[in-house]
Design a protein around this ligand. Structure first.
Ligand SMILES: Cc1cc2nc3c(=O)[nH]c(=O)nc-3n(C[C@H](O)[C@H](O)[C@H](O)COP(=O)(O)O)c2cc1C
Length: 410
C-alpha cells in the first residue's frame, strides 16, 4: 500500500473499511449536493501568493480559540454517529485531538455519551447542543456538560428542520446499524468494522437512550429524535441557553450577515460560519464565500471560526486569510477515523498541520496569528460578486474587516 499523505488517501481507505451506508452518511450532502460541492470548489478556486527570500526558519502555528491555547488553528467539528465509524469513535477523536493540542467537540447525537468521553480523556472538550422541543431534557444536557467540565458549548443554529440526504434513505441507514439481507454482503467485506461496531457495546445515541423521556426502546428513540428538532427555535432560545450555561458559548451555523450581526449581539464568544458541511440548505452559498462579509460586519466584535470543505492545510490558510480565527473539520476527521481509528484521526491532524506549516512558510509568514489577506494572490479570492468585493475590502483593512483579528469582548 502507498503511504498515506493526504486527506483523500484517508477517505479512500475509510471507504474500503466501513459499510457504505455509514461512509455515505458523512461523505454526501443534501438534495442535489450543490452546496457541499461549492464548499470545496470555492476553496479550490482561491489562489495563494508565493513569496521568496524571507527567513522562515522559525515558525509558529500556535494560537488561541475562545481563549484556549491550541497548537494550531484547527478543531474537530461535532459530528453525529461518530461511534459508528469506529468503535468508541468519539473517544478516539477526543484522545487524538487532545494529544495534538486542539479542541474536540462532542455532538449531542454522539454514540459515546458525554460521561463516556469525560471518563476517557484528561482535558476538557467542547459539547455541541441541539435545542430540542423537550426543553427540560435540553437543560439536563447542559447540566451534564457542566458536570463533565466541558470548556465550551457549541450551540447549533442551522438544524431547526432537517435537510434530506437522499443517500441515507436509499441506503436504509438505521440506528443502531443492523445486519440485513441487503447490506450483508457489504458488511461481510468489512469484518474489522463489524467486530468493533456491530458487535460492540455502544451502538446508539449515548446522550439520549434511556435518558430522554420516551426514549426507552430503540425504535421509539429514532421516532423521538425525528420529532424533537424544533422548528419554533428563535434567538430568544439563545438568551435562555446563555442564562443556563456559564462558560464559553459558540454559535454554529451562521451564513448570513444579518444573522451574524444578531449573533454577535448575543454576546457569544465566537460564531462558526458554516452551512453544516452542505448537509442542510442545498443551494446555499459556500461557507468560504460567506466568510468575508461576516468578518467585515462583526470581525471586531467576536471571534469567527469557519467550517465547510476544509481538507488541507492550504484550505485552513485560505480561511485565515479571509479573517477566520480557526477552522473546524468534519469530514476530514471522519475519514481519518473510519480509515484507522484514533491513529487515523492523528494522521488527519498531522497532514493538515504539515500542509499549513509549509504553505504558510511559502507565502512568507512565520506566525499563524499574522496570516492575513496578503497571503492571497492579487484577485486570488476566486470569489465572485459581493463576496469578492467584500474580500477586497477586507484586504484594504476597512474598519471591522481586519483579517484574523483577536476578538474584543462583545
Ligand atoms: C457525518 C456528519 C455529522 C454531523 N453531525 C453534526 C452534529 O451532530 N451537530 C452539528 O452541529 N454539526 C454536525 N455536522 C456538521 C459539522 O459539524 C460541520 O459543520 C461540517 O462537517 C463542516 O464541513 P466539512 O465536513 O466539509 O468539514 C455533521 C457533519 C457530518 C459530516
Amino acid at each position: 500500500m502507498e503511504p498515506i499523505t493526504t486527506i483523500q488517501d484517508l477517505r479512500q481507505l475509510a471507504k474500503r473499511r466501513i459499510p457504505r451506508a455509514i461512509f455515505e452518511y458523512a461523505d454526501r450532502g443534501s438534495y442535489d449536493e450543490r452546496t457541499i460541492a461549492a464548499n470545496r470548489a470555492d476553496l479550490a478556486a482561491m489562489k495563494l501568493r508565493q513569496r521568496v527570500m524571507i527567513d522562515v526558519s522559525q515558525r509558529s502555528l500556535a494560537t488561541t480559540i475562545v481563549g484556549e491555547p491550541v497548537t494550531m488553528p484547527l478543531a474537530i467539528a461535532p459530528t453525529g454517529l461518530t461511534g459508528l465509524y469506529h468503535r468508541d469513535g468519539e473517544i478516539c477523536g477526543a484522545r487524538a485531538a487532545q494529544a495534538a493540542g486542539i479542541p474536540f467537540c462532542l455532538s449531542t447525537m454522539s454514540i459515546c455519551s458525554i460521561e463516556d468521553v469525560a471518563a476517557a480523556v484528561a482535558k476538557p472538550f467542547w459539547f455541541q447542543l441541539y435545542v430540542m422541543r423537550d426543553r427540560g431534557f435540553v437543560q439536563s444536557l447542559v447540566e451534564r456538560a457542566i458536570a463533565a467540565k466541558c470548556s465550551a458549548l457549541v450551540l447549533t443554529l442551522d438544524l431547526q428542520i432537517q435537510g434530506q440526504r437522499h443517500r441515507d434513505i436509499k441506503n436504509g441507514l438505521s440506528i443502531p446499524p443492523r445486519l440485513t439481507l441487503s447490506n450483508a454482503l457489504d458488511i461481510a467485506t468489512k469484518p474489522a468494522w463489524a467486530m468493533g461496531v456491530l458487535f460492540g457495546k455502544r451502538r446508539t445515541f449515548g446522550n439520549l437512550a434511556g435518558k430522554a423521556p420516551g426514549s426507552d426502546s430503540l425504535t421509539t428513540l429514532s421516532q423521538w429524535i425525528a420529532g424533537q428538532f424544533d422548528p419554533s427555535l428563535s434567538w430568544r432560545d439563545v438568551d435562555w441557553i446563555r442564562s443556563i450555561w456559564p462558560g464559553k458559548l459558540i454559535l454554529k451555523g451562521v451564513l448570513d450577515v444579518e444573522d451574524a450581526k444578531i449573533a454577535a449581539g448575543t454576546g457569544a464568544d465566537a460564531i462558526v460560519v458554516s452551512n453544516h458541511g452542505g448537509r442542510q440548505l442545498d443551494g446555499a452559498v459556500s461557507s468560504i464565500s460567506a466568510l468575508p462579509g461576516i468578518v467585515q460586519a462583526i470581525g471586531d466584535r467576536t471571534e469567527i471560526l469557519f467550517d465547510g470543505g476544509v481538507q488541507s492545510g492550504q484550505d485552513v490558510l485560505k480561511a485565515l486569510a479571509l479573517g477566520a480565527r480557526a477552522c473546524l473539520m468534519g469530514k476530514s476527521f471522519l475519514y481519518g477515523l473510519g480509515a484507522m481509528g484514533q491513529a487515523g484521526v492523528a494522521k488527519a491532524i498531522d497532514i493538515i498541520r504539515g500542509e499549513l506549516d509549509v504553505s504558510m512558510a511559502l507565502t512568507g509568514v512565520t506566525d499563524v496569528k499574522a496570516v492575513d489577506r496578503n497571503v492571497l494572490a492579487q484577485g486570488g479570492t476566486g470569489l465572485s460578486g459581493t463576496a469578492a468585493s467584500v474580500a477586497a475590502a477586507v484586504a484594504e483593512g476597512e474598519p471591522g474587516a481586519r483579517a484574523n483579528a483577536p476578538a474584543s469582548a462583545a
